[in-house]
Design a protein around this ligand. Structure first.
Ligand code: ADP
Length: 504
């Protein structure tokens, strides 16, 4: 089985959020299962070519944009850590996942991947329609003939359609099936109809059965309509998106494809997220080493100038966007500052939240530390140092923060939605069951009630110790989920074969 995973961001090369984590970790897990995997992404300015050993292949490919050829130089590296064969000589496993990069300076040599707090880059339609178009060319040039192309989110939403149109009848992709994963339905790649010339296909694809969405072009919809199999990153979210509340207008399209729509919960990379080896921590610690965790809490408080002592520390690491429940935090933060706790925030996003959080921090400098940055090192330290990790999301396709927290012995406080509903179960002090604090209503009141439940559980030192112990023992690695993905790849490849048989 050969799988090409295409994504607009892949950890460790470039990351803005969970998509990169998935696109970096899944190939490693697949390689371990004997699946030959490659990944394809744009070569952004942010990719450290020397650090990751990127090499120019000398190969150049091109795709037409507006009738003109736009060239991409292909670079190659090995996805770090994805050395499948190690330790299993003769097992016939692929050696490692190859990573291919499209170098197109005019599109990708920018300071940001997609946009700034002020908004998206103005040519995102062109940048990513091009990326979808060039992927098949890169695979051919690198002679990676996939059984399945696995595309992710709107930035690669047109790959399946291009296979069915521009590459229809091309023997290289004759047996290639397509899987499309939706990591967040809230980001659809919607552009005005005047951009249709960039897509480069006939008007027969610009209608409500195709890419049209209320007069606009909707790239994500292209992925949903034309891919053989589709899935999203948790079972609950796969159901939610078929309803108007979560479907962002695409619920009808999704319902139509319900028979081909799956939900597989993400794992986390257990090599990357491991408190025993994480080099960012003040001190490494393993299961049962509550002193080690305490040492991290003490050191972080010192670093961030929070008052010393053993108040419960509530962490949040998040894009500062409405989706993440920041308005709930905004509505509750004043009251929270009156409780026996401290808060540490790490995130970037919308300006209104930057301002609000900065104001609160100015008022309560010893109780809340606000860090408006994207900072992997500080993130790791917060995961380790916090007692509780807050994810009050309005919606959450999967969420990784809660899984990382559990591994670091930090108890998630989450709203019951999407992947959070699948992975965080409310703790009962009576039975000892559950691994977090869960609330349902999207209101500051319900959120605060969960905060208070967490605080009261924290008071019970023995109960809390057991809760932390059980959290750290959970298995949320990629292994199980990667096996589920292999099943979807088999289905996608079967769909391609059936298509061939019908056409013959
Ligand atoms: P998203 O919707 O942003 O993809 P996820 O929970 O799926 O949310 O994944 C978020 C990932 O990004 C996690 O690995 C989290 O630790 C990381 N992250 C988010 N914000 C920051 C930040 N400001 N600095 C460092 N890492 C961050």
């Amino acid at each position: 089985m050969k799988v090409a995973i295409c994504s607009s961001e892949i950890y460790p090369f470039a990351k803005t959020g969970g998509l990169a984590d998935v696109a970096g970790a899944l190939p490693k897990a697949l390689t371990g299962l004997g699946v030959e995997t490659c990944v394809v992404m744009p070569l952004y300015k942010a990719v450290n070519r020397a650090k990751w050993g990127l090499k120019k292949t000398g190969k150049t490919v091109s795709a037409k944009m507006d009738g003109r050829d736009v060239e991409a130089a292909i670079w190659e590296a090995i996805l770090p850590g994805a050395a499948g064969g190690a330790g299993s000589p003769g097992a016939g496993r692929p050696a490692a996942a190859r990573a291919f990069f499209a170098e197109v300076p005019k599109y990708y040599d920018r300071d940001v991947l997609y946009g700034t707090p002020k908004g998206d880059l103005p040519d995102n339609a062109e940048r990513f329609i091009y990326f979808s178009k060039i992927i098949p060319e890169i695979l051919m040039a690198m002679d990676f003939q996939p059984d399945v192309i696995h595309a992710n989110d709107w930035q690669t939403g047109l790959v399946a359609l291009y296979l069915k149109t521009l590459y229809a009848g091309d023997p290289f992709f004759r047996d290639t099936g397509t899987l499309f994963t939706v990591h967040n339905l809230g980001y659809q790649g919607k552009f005005w109809a005047l951009d249709w010339h960039l897509v480069g296909l006939g008007p027969e694809y610009f209608n409500p059965e195709g890419l049209e969405f209320y007069g606009d072009i909707n790239i994500l919809k292209g992925g949903l309509v034309y891919s053989d199999i589709i899935d999203t990153v948790s079972r609950t979210y796969s159901k939610e998106i078929q309803t108007p509340e979560f479907g962002y207008g695409l619920e009808g399209v999704l319902r139509k494809r319900a028979a081909d729509l799956y939900g597989i919960v993400n794992g986390i990379d257990y090599d990357e997220w491991n408190p025993e080896t994480d080099k960012h921590l003040y001190r490494n610690y393993g299961i049962g080493d509550s002193r080690g965790k305490q040492a991290n809490k003490k050191a972080l408080k010192e670093e961030l100038h929070l008052a010393a002592g053993n108040k419960a520390l509530f962490g949040i690491i998040s894009r500062l966007a409405d989706q993440k429940g920041l308005d709930l935090i905004a509505g509750a933060i004043d009251e929270m500052m009156g409780l026996n706790l401290q808060v540490v925030v790490l995130g970037t996003g919308e300006e209104k939240y930057h301002k609000l959080l900065t104001d609160v921090a100015r008022k309560h400098p010893k109780s809340i530390s606000v860090n408006l940055a994207f900072d992997a090192k500080l993130a790791a330290r917060i995961y380790a140092a916090s007692d509780v990790f807050m994810m009050p999301s309005r919606y959450e396709p999967c969420g990784l923060g809660q899984l990382i927290s559990l591994r670091y012995g930090t108890i998630p406080l989450a709203r019951k939605t999407g992947g959070l509903a699948d992975t965080v179960k409310n703790y009962s002090p009576k039975t000892g069951r559950g691994n977090g604090f869960v609330f349902t209503d999207y209101s500051p009141k319900a959120f605060l009630k969960a905060v208070k439940a967490a605080l009261s559980a924290y008071e019970d030192k023995i109960g809390w110790k057991n809760l932390v112990l059980a959290a750290m023992k959970e298995d949320n690695s990629w292994d199980k989920s990667a096996r589920e993905y292999v099943k979807l790849y088999v289905k996608a490849a079967e769909a391609a074969r059936e298509r061939q048989e019908k056409a013959a």
